[in-house]
Design a protein around this ligand. Structure first.
Ligand code: SF4
Length: 440
């Protein structure tokens, strides 16, 4: 098999059993990878509130040299939505899973005490850990234990203290970077007493047409470098149109660029080694929460990193609170639009109803339609950024199954990304492939 490793790793936290399974090629042909594959495996595993599992599936191109091939899908059963749900993991986690020799990771059961998983090509360890640690402390503990053998090249995905507060906003942090829209997944980690997953692998990916792929990638990178306008300027021009000066302020003072695996765009930024809010978060903070000062946005984002809170879920929940207050359904809280300190105070209070999350709040107080509208505000942002891309939502689903970033559509020809699929896997894109994307 080319592109995929063809193997799934199943770990049962209850009894410590670990099994390697062969993935049905027909499943990969139909669902390709990412959220489409993760959700289909979740259905086949018949996951539910009583039988919940964490299912990670890398994209078909994840871990290859194709620009932005860094993504993988994470699916699980969401008790509030009463359905299987999926989020995309970025940075280096998906490529490292493939380097461990697996396309899919299935985690079931519940550990008897708080633990993390350490996975390499030839072993799986379930190691006890303190649940109170912040995500950054957790990463330090894991690297400290294993770096003697694996240097610092260990990739992590972990939760923070928000999980102990049973917050529906509990998100995931990978190598210090918050995963947008990962709210709820953190709680599922917590239900399993799983503090983190750490990966380290060196296995290569077999390519169907390596020399053609190398030439294609070289051409794509050459044309990317020749473009006069940087990606940031292109994005900034779009944000200027929607009047978001905060973006420029946050990303122009003593920043360092960071990139996901194989990504020349490098849209992520750090200052003093700490990640800064990315475009989507800046948009949510400004539009949904009225936060328009650089220091406020960064303070709130730092608290999210520290507690392990999904910043997009937080923005939706906080705004939902205001809708409920306006409708007279709840008493007024400390939070007003633009009042970062009030919101931070709310977040630290584990009894505050903001921790029910936007879906939980909307359901409990019967304001589903109003809270759903808030999602449309975010979706509109995407439409504006990708307004020049035809059939954006279909292409986005296909990219997700391939393990590529949406932003690749702004820089690279879609046809080249699809060509890369055939050079990596030896298969052609056809209607079935598009359908697979649509099933995500
Ligand atoms: S564009 Fe940004 S989010 Fe997308 S792969 Fe590159 S660094 Fe990651």
């Amino acid at each position: 098999m080319f592109g995929w490793q063809g193997k799934a790793l199943r770990i049962n936290l209850s009894n410590g059993l670990v099994r390697t399974e062969v993935i049905d090629e027909a499943l990969l042909a139909d669902y390709v990878g990412g959220c489409a594959l993760a959700k289909q495996i979740a259905r086949l595993e018949d996951i539910s509130a009583q039988n919940n599992k964490l299912i990670l599936a890398s994209g078909a191109l994840t871990g290859t040299a194709v620009p932005t091939a860094a993504f993988c899908g994470l699916a699980s059963y969401d008790q509030i939505r009463e359905d299987v749900t999926c989020c995309s993991l970025l940075y280096h986690f998906g490529p490292e899973l493939k380097a461990c020799g697996y396309d899919v990771l299935i985690i079931e059961g519940k550990a008897s005490k708080w633990s993390y998983l350490f996975i390499t090509e030839d072993k799986v360890e379930i190691v006890p850990i303190e649940p109170e640690l912040s995500p950054l402390e957790t990463e330090r503990v894991i690297r400290g234990k294993f770096k003697k053998w694996y240097s610092n090249d260990i990739r992590t995905l972990c939760i923070g203290k928000a999980a102990l507060m049973r917050s529906a906003l509990t998100g995931l942090v990978t190598d210090g970077l918050l995963v947008n829209r990962s709210g709820r997944f953190g709680q599922i980690f917590a239900e399993k007493r799983l503090k983190a997953i750490a990966l380290r692998g060196t296995e290569e990916i077999k390519l169907a047409k390596p020399s053609q792929l190398q030439q294609l990638v070289t051409d794509m990178l050459d044309s990317f470098r020749e473009k006069k306008q940087t990606f940031f300027e292109a994005i900034h021009a779009k944000f200027v149109k929607i009047d978001l000066p905060l973006l420029w302020e946050i990303h122009h003072h003593g920043i360092e660029k960071r990139a996901c695996f194989a990504c020349p765009i490098a849209c992520l930024h750090t200052r003093k080694n700490k990640f800064l809010p990315n475009f989507t978060v800046i948009f949510c903070f400004a539009r949904l929460l009225g936060i328009d000062r650089q220091e406020d946005a960064e303070r709130l984002y730092n608290l999210c990193i520290d507690l392990g809170i999904d910043p997009v879920g937080l923005s939706l929940a906080a705004r939902c609170l205001l809708e409920l207050e306006a409708a007279g359904k709840i008493a007024k809280s400390h939070f007003r639009l633009g009042n970062t300190a009030g919101l931070m105070q709310l977040l630290k209070d584990k009894k505050a109803i903001i921790h029910k999350g936007n879906v939980g709040l909307a359901k409990e107080y019967g304001l589903e339609a109003e809270c759903e509208n808030l999602l449309n505000i975010i979706n509109k942002q995407w439409e504006q950024i990708f307004s020049n891309i035809e059939n954006f939502s279909e292409k986005r689903q296909v990219l997700n199954a391939l393990g590529l970033c949406d932003y690749a559509l702004l820089i690279f020809p879609y046809a080249d990304l699809i060509k890369a699929f055939s050079f990596v896997t030896g298969k052609e894109l056809d209607k079935t492939f598009l359908l697979a994307g649509n099933r995500a």
